[in-house]
Design a protein around this ligand. Structure first.
Ligand code: SAH
Length: 196
């Protein structure tokens, strides 16, 4: 169907920061996502101690779930408020340090060490900074990326995963003429051309 009306739309980082400041975060789900529960076996594929990446992580509670299962979680989020709310809402002590490779970026790490959240733009990351991942939970991430940046986002994600990784992607299907997004409508044909 016609995604023309969304193609040019741009949501700036500043607008995302404002959403967090205003508490305008209807995308955040306290209960966690039922689809992650449903497809957890696909993500883990019988493996333990995985490195799992949460692009555009917000304060997704699923990061805590997976860390509690013994995996190591890495997220990236442009809003420092979101990152701090994540740790405080789960009563997790953390420390913060600058990221030497990225000017202005900070990394917040749980004291236990298994949750590391980078506060910067995802486009600043590379596998030389964060390593490669065995699994990805992409919810509210590809669909939040500005349509013009999708190719760049997908290429980066492909670079950040190991060969035998699992990538769970949640999208939303709706008539893009009725809502300007985000979340944006990403047709299945486009997902195929982005990720192969
Ligand atoms: N995945 C989360 C949040 C979805 S909303 C969840 O499921 O709840 C999208 C998030 O991406 C917002 O928190 C926004 O602040 C963040 N964001 C937007 N652009 C970003 C970018 N370029 N780099 C990192 N984070 C970004």
């Amino acid at each position: 169907s016609d995604v023309g009306s969304q193609k040019e739309r741009v949501v700036t980082e500043e607008e995302w920061l404002q959403k967090w400041e205003m508490g305008n975060i209807g995308f955040h789900k306290e209960q966690g996502h039922p689809l992650l529960q449903k497809y957890l076996d696909v993500l883990l594929n019988g493996r333990s101690g995985l490195r799992i990446f949460f692009p555009l992580c917000g304060k997704a509670v699923e990061m805590k779930w997976l860390a509690d299962m013994g995996h190591s979680v890495v997220g990236v989020e442009v809003s420092e408020l979101a990152v701090k709310e994540f740790f405080s809402e789960h009563s997790l002590p953390y420390c913060e340090e600058p990221v030497s490779e990225i000017s202005g970026a900070k990394m917040f790490q749980s004291t236990s060490g298994n949750i590391s959240l980078y506060c910067c733009s995802i486009y600043d990351l590379s596998s030389s900074i964060v390593g490669k991942f065995d699994g990805v939970w992409d919810r509210g991430a590809l669909v939040a990326v500005n349509p013009r940046d999708r190719q760049r986002y997908a290429s980066l994600m492909i670079n950040l995963v190991e060969k035998n990784s699992s990538y769970l992607l949640a999208t939303v299907s709706y008539d893009p003429n009725k809502h300007k997004g985000p979340p944006f409508y990403v047709p299945e044909s486009e997902i195929k051309s982005l990720f192969g």
